[in-house]
Design a protein around this ligand. Sequence first.
Ligand SMILES: [Mn+2]
Length: 317
Amino acid sequence: MTWTWRGRDDGSDPAAQRWHQVIKPWDAIAHARGRRHPMVVIGYPTDAGVRANFGRGGAVEGPLALRAACANLPAPTTHALFDAGDVSGGGDDVETWQRALSAAVAAVRAGGGIPVILGGGHDQAFGHWLGTVHAASEGSIVGCINFDSHIDMRPLLGGRAHSGTPYSQVQQWCAAHHRPFKYLLLGMQQTHNTPALIQSASAGGGQLVDADAFHPGQEASLLQLIDRFIATVDHVCLSVDLDVFSAAVAPGVSAPSPMGIIPDATFRTIIRRIASSGKIAGIEIAECAPCLDVGGRTARLGAAVIDTIVRSLPLVP
Ligand SMILES: [Mn+2]
């Protein structure tokens, strides 16, 4: 389905404009030069990976709902906004979707943009990361920071990817190419991951931070841990799976989290710290399923998270 950007209009004063008034179609060739810090929306309209993972479908409509929720956000004063459209063509084949996203991300990176991926099942995280690696200079280290209640390092099912495998795929790619695997998970719920999975992910190089760490008393040590992780990588692919949040604020996901984190001041401090690192190569919002949502609150939360990140991105000269 095609989306036409539209929304509230308070006039053409730059300080009064919203996303829908300033966002332009992305053309990497035309925009590669002369545009400062472009942010480029890419839709990942599939829940094939969610269904292959025995989850509740609906994320296929996520990009549409997230675009609608972003339309009325205040236009950033520091970044030009573009929309590269949706990737397509995968049918039920998750790896085909991942390859299509990887190509789209690499093209945006080559054009000097920061992709803003709107999902879609969390299998998108592998395409996001792989496209970033392909566009990055040889030998640079691309790390993953993932807000998620699930580790998403489960084994492939019959050799096939699904929404629970993106970071297993990153790990396997790194092992096959003799590259360091850099993965930081924030907001894990013990309830949603087996002890075997927690053990194997930790042993395999994943750094897992429990949702209980999102507490004002632990904020300083969590910020330190994040700073230390970021210092070990050249680029960060930042992913926010909306099921990291409590089902009360994010009901519109395949696998809601009754005891998930809330988007309070501690969460905002954490995500601003990551965004301000200067190493963000791409941003993604995963698992937005509008048909499971309540009054659009999950899509609005996804848009608010994007807005919070974009406001904290430093201006790279
Ligand atoms: Mn996930």
